[in-house]
Design a binder for this molecule. Structure first.
Ligand code: AMP
Ligand code: ZN
Length: 146
């Protein structure tokens, strides 16, 4: 039972087709495990996606090797974005599950160049519940990690 809804079986999803070249993409980089290409809907100028080549719906389905590889590719792409577009900052964004904003259920992360006053809002409300609550939450995670 997958953790999040994956309505795109391996080989049939849009990014699998992009990996095989069945549908076109503006490719930036590829290696054995990863591929980077321009997002068709540019949130900001130079917005790139870094995807696993193998179909994995989300972060929890990547192997440890793929997890390392996608972040290494993201760093390479971020350096290239920095050189090519001279942004004022860069966000790395990655969604798991529809409630988190995921719309394509094949692992990818966004490399988002940021420009002063670009109008892109990534915001959330912060709560400070205090140390007893933080300690309890941390204890649950330590148990899950054990
Ligand atoms: P997410 O909402 O995090 O799942 O991101 C999916 C992203 O895929 C969106 O930003 C889309 O613009 C992008 N996208 C969808 N189809 C294509 C495509 N054929 N080529 C490039 N990017 C795509
Ligand atoms: Zn896929």
């Amino acid at each position: 039972m997958p953790m999040f809804v994956d309505d795109s079986p391996a080989g049939e999803c849009i990014f699998c087709k992009l990996v095989t070249g069945e549908i076109p993409s503006a490719k930036v980089y590829e290696d054995e495990l990863t591929i980077a290409f321009m997002d068709i809907g540019q949130a900001t100028r130079g917005h790139v996606l870094v995807a696993s080549k193998r179909h994995a719906a989300n972060l929890l389905e990547l192997t440890p090797e793929e997890t390392g590889a996608v972040m290494q590719t993201a760093q390479r792409v971020a350096a290239a974005v920095n050189q090519a577009f001279d942004p004022d900052g860069i966000n790395i964004f990655q969604a798991n599950g529809a409630p988190a904003g995921q719309t394509v259920f094949h692992f990818h992360l966004h490399v988002l160049p940021r420009y002063t006053c670009d109008g892109l809002a990534i915001t959330w409300q912060r709560q400070e519940p205090g140390m007893p609550v933080l300690d309890e939450l941390a204890a649950r995670l330590r148990q899950a990690l054990a």
